[in-house]
Design a protein around this ligand. Structure first.
Ligand SMILES: *Cc1c(COP(=O)(O)O)cnc(C)c1O
Length: 338
């Protein structure tokens, strides 16, 4: 395990560890942050985007196999909102076609996959060959910029140590295994600053309190907004039997893009900063310079209609009540807290 200045750096390290070369193909969801793709593009990979699930923004594992070709090297499951992808299926495909699995666990610290086949509970980010976590300021555990890579093999570990040491065998030198250190491989400056590491350390010491608070905020939104879902006005996150929920983000899916725009404006006018995110990468101008446009209906659906409500450690119940009341007023329904 290494701690880094950002997860992005570690996805790049993952791409190097998997020996990604020009023309290799990497399968990942279109509905994700651009860093997931950049790390592999920097090594010359061709990105093959996959659609979201109908009832969840995460990748639709049922559609992976049809995208696998002779050039496919890696599958990158992104555990959106800390909700696990179908890891049994993904690991089985990786085995069948001899592929690597690099989990983008940026959003999924302290969340678990519950295997529908064995009932076993596994930490997200520890199931694939490599897992990459983020400690960016928007994540549950944060230090401004930071990340962590988790490696499931000694070979990866040995090479990662060299990449980490800027392409030298300095770590072996310090252990007394070689009498001088020299340039033995490519490498980069992945190190995190001491100050950020200290900040991160105290966040990690408080992980239980942070997680409890975030999950409470999440559950309160869910319970209080359920009426709107029952009335068909919005869709709330679908609770999954194969995943725990780590309270990373709370989203709602609105009924149309124009309604979403009105909603965002209404909330901002009332002092509540709600946001959307992830313009589907398969429709990005950069990607379309190289690839043809294909249609990924659900990725586009979430790009157009999903919003996120404020969810961070400092949010208090009174603020949540205010936000929830404003959401009900937008839908012209009454819901007043005492
Ligand atoms: C935040 C995030 C990243 C980027 O993490 P950094 O630490 O900012 O590099 C990548 N992928 C996903 C899914 C994210 O949510």
């Amino acid at each position: 395990m290494f701690i880094d200045n950002q997860l992005y750096g570690f996805l790049e390290m993952a791409a190097i560890l998997c020996n990604i070369k020009e023309g290799d193909e990497v399968i990942m969801p279109s509905y994700t942050f651009v860093s997931t793709a950049n790390a592999f593009v920097l090594r010359g990979a061709k990105i093959v985007f996959i659609d979201s699930q109908p009832d969840h923004p995460g990748m639709d594992a049922e559609k992976i196999e049809e995208l696998i070709t002779i050039r496919t090297r890696i599958i990158v499951p992104v555990h959106y909102a800390g909700i696990a992808c179908d890891m049994d299926k993904i690991m089985a495909l990786a085995k069948k076609y001899n592929l690597f699995v690099v989990e983008d666990a940026a959003q999924s610290i302290d969340s678990y996959y519950i295997s529908p086949n064995t009932g076993e509970k596994k930490v997200l980010g520890s199931i694939g060959h490599i897992g990459c976590f983020s400690f960016h300021e928007t994540k549950n555990i944060q230090c401004g910029e930071g990340g962590m890579i988790v490696l499931n093999s000694d070979d990866f570990f040995q090479r990662a140590e060299i990449l980490w040491e800027k392409g030298t065998n300095r770590a072996a030198f310090f252990r007394g295994e070689v009498d001088k250190y020299s340039w033995v491989d490519i490498g980069s400056s992945f190190l995190q600053s001491d100050l950020l590491a200290a900040f991160l350390y105290s966040q990690l010491e408080n992980i239980n309190a942070i997680q409890e608070k975030r999950k409470n905020i999440w559950t309160y939104y869910y319970t209080e907004l359920k009426n709107l879902e029952d009335d068909g006005l919005v869709k709330l996150p679908v609770l999954s039997k194969t995943s725990t929920n780590n309270g990373h983000l709370f989203y709602m899916v609105l009924n149309s893009n124009s309604e979403r725009n009105e909603f965002i404006q209404f909330m901002r006018k009332n002092g509540v900063y709600v946001t959307f995110h992830y313009q589907s990468l398969h429709k990005s101008s950069y990607f379309l310079q190289k690839e043809e446009l294909k249609k990924l209906n659900f990725a586009e659906y979430y790009s157009n209609n999903l919003i996120r409500l404020p969810l961070y450690f400092e949010v208090e119940v009174e603020q949540q009540n205010y936000i929830i009341n404003k959401i009900y007023s937008f839908y012209r329904k009454t819901r007043t807290f005492n």
